[in-house]
Ligand binder design. Structure first.
Ligand SMILES: NC(=O)C1=CN([C@@H]2O[C@H](COP(=O)(O)OP(=O)(O)OC[C@H]3O[C@@H](n4cnc5c(N)ncnc54)[C@H](OP(=O)(O)O)[C@@H]3O)[C@@H](O)[C@H]2O)C=CC1
Ligand SMILES: O=CC(=O)O
Length: 291
């Protein structure tokens, strides 16, 4: 099977590499074209523009940073829309808001193309090992055509109905995850300041009802001030912001998520946006010497 892949950041690079290693022919494009080189060394072809990739491939996947990037790659000069047409499918796996997804859907389908949103739950390592959870919605026939690729990329795919539902599910999940990361950071800090060994806290948490892979995976690195990015903090803050907007639209009070968003904004203001989202832990350290 031949697919196009637009966006070779942390996730896109791992996902397209996975497809290549599993026998797919892949044509890649990235805004910073030099990032295509590693994929080319593994057998990928390059498209010089998103339009060129769409022209070549029947199905093209995108994995881009945010709503502005997702819209730009479709609508701007040399973008997806210039070549999309009947018989071609476009699958956006970026995390965006439902309104962005709906705009992209309208643009693609107005040219006769098929559109599926398919954001993913799971970070750099699950992307590398094909263990993502895929949250698809939109064109069911395109979903079915993409199953061979989804089976490589993920451990489970959900089809959630109409366009927007995938984005909503992803934002709800990441709203919970971002709030959990803040509660975890506060707990580690409270343990330390009150004279406990935070490593003991990690062991206690891991044996109880709130044990989870995120605490287990990120906790030891956080205690060593290691925030090597798997999920960049700027993207988690984007997801909190978009989830809060979804809460506004649906009159859902979300004080915990709102406080977490403020903590992620604080971390961004400290220059931590490109670090892993667990670097929100650092926002608590600046208070260390105050009375
Ligand atoms: N990392 C993670 O753990 C996860 C991330 N996600 C979501 O996946 C998406 C990608 O994340 P990730 O790979 O971590 O992000 P990165 O920041 O590593 O990569 C972002 C990608 O978007 C491209 N890009 C940014 N702005 C533009 C633009 N205006 N036009 C064209 N391309 C652009 C970048 O190109 P360039 O190289 O030129 O900068 C790069 O390819 C995000 O929506 C994120 O929320 C979802 C699940 C997990
Ligand atoms: O969006 C991030 C993730 O880990 O899922």
């Amino acid at each position: 099977m031949e697919v196009g892949f637009l966006g070779l950041g942390i996730m896109g690079k791992a996902m397209s590499m996975n497809l290549l290693k599993n026998g797919f022919k892949v044509t890649v494009w990235n805004r910073t074209l030099s990032k295509c080189n590693e994929l080319v060394a593994h057998g990928a072809s390059i498209g010089k523009t998103p339009a060129e990739v769409i022209n070549k491939c029947t199905i093209t996947i995108a994995m881009l940073s945010d709503p502005a990037a997702a819209l730009s790659v479709v609508l701007d000069k040399d973008g997806v829309l210039e070549q999309i047409c009947g018989g071609k499918g476009y699958i956006d796996m970026s995390t965006v808001d439902p309104e962005t997804s709906c705009k992209i859907n309208e643009a693609i389908t107005s040219k006769g193309g098929r559109f599926l949103e398919a954001p993913v739950s799971g970070s750099k390592q699950p992307a590398e090992t094909g263990q993502l959870v895929i949250l698809a919605a939109g064109d069911k026939a395109l979903y079915e055509a993409a199953i061979p690729a989804f089976d490589i990329l993920g451990k489970k795919s959900f089809f959630l109905g109409q366009v927007g539902n995938g984005a909503k599910m992803k934002l709800v999940v990441n709203m919970i995850m971002g709030s959990m990361m803040n509660a975890f950071s506060e707990g580690l800090t409270l343990a330390d300041r009150s004279g406990l060994n935070p490593h003991d806290l990690l062991d206690v948490l891991d044996l109880g009802a709130i044990a989870n892979p995120m605490f287990k995976g990120k906790g030891p690195a956080m205690l060593q001030n290691n925030y090597s990015p798997a999920f960049p903090l700027k993207h988690q803050q984007k997801d909190m912001r978009l989830a809060l907007a979804l809460g506004d639209e649906n009159s859902v009070p979300m004080p915990v998520a709102a406080a977490s968003n403020e903590a992620f904004k604080k971390a961004r203001s400290m220059g931590l946006g490109d670090m892993d989202f667990s670097a929100v832990f650092e926002t608590l350290k600046v208070l260390k010497h105050s009375s």
